[in-house]
Design a protein around this ligand. Structure first.
Ligand code: GRF
Length: 203
């Protein structure tokens, strides 16, 4: 970090985002920064799937994007070291996993200790893993939702920052429930970033 940098709180928080797919949560974060809801700036996106929706959105929004295709790394740890290097080069202070579909290692968690946030489409600790919405429908729950949390090593665990609940309707399909949950994810993710920054005294 440059020595002449203004103190935290006097400048926008520098956010890094990790995404694998559509990138609607990434865009929601950028929008929250642009409308001043979040005193932050998304200064680096990393994606693991070349040409994914998130990368296209970054191009449109003018956010620097680096592709780290997981297929070209020998291990999860090697991929995470490359992510860390990209974030450090961009002076990123807090990282958001916004639809990152890879398991992360202790290296990334340590590099961004208490500063690594994940968004998950269920009310954790229920329905961890990649098929959370399918699991919720199969279980017949009447309420589901989303959780933004700090990242611990075990997948979809760690201190909860913000949750939002949505009803599960009888006629719901994976798509209809996912759309309802997504709308809430876009709302709570900026709140979670703010809460994490407050915990760290970064705001
Ligand atoms: C979200 O539902 C998130 O909870 C999950 O992956 C999805 C990403 O959506 N981890 P998008 O790429 O942000 O549109």
């Amino acid at each position: 970090m440059p020595p002449d940098r203004p103190p935290a709180g006097a400048r926008p928080l520098r956010l890094g985002v990790m995404a694998s797919g559509e990138g609607s949560n990434f865009e929601a974060l950028v929008a929250a920064c642009q409308r001043g809801q979040l005193a932050a700036t998304v200064c680096q996106l990393v994606v693991n799937n070349p040409c994914c929706g998130a990368e296209q959105r970054a191009l449109r929004l003018g956010v620097p994007c680096t592709v780290h295709d997981h297929r070209s790394y020998s291990s999860r740890e090697a991929l995470d070291q490359a992510l860390i290097a990209s974030f450090q080069a961009a002076d990123v202070e807090l990282v958001v996993m916004a639809g990152w579909m890879r398991i992360v290692t202790q290296a990334l968690i340590d590099a961004y200790s208490e500063r690594l946030i994940n968004i998950h489409p269920s009310l954790l600790p229920s329905f961890r893993g990649a098929k959370a919405i399918e699991q919720a429908l199969a279980a017949g729950v009447q309420l589901s939702g989303c959780t933004a949390h700090l990242v611990s090593l075990e997948v979809d665990t760690g201190p909860i920052l913000v949750q939002a609940a949505v009803p599960v309707l009888e006629a719901d399909t994976v798509e209809s429930l996912a759309a309802r949950i997504h709308a809430q994810e876009h709302r709570i993710l900026p709140l979670a970033v703010r809460r994490a920054a407050e915990r760290l005294g970064l705001t």
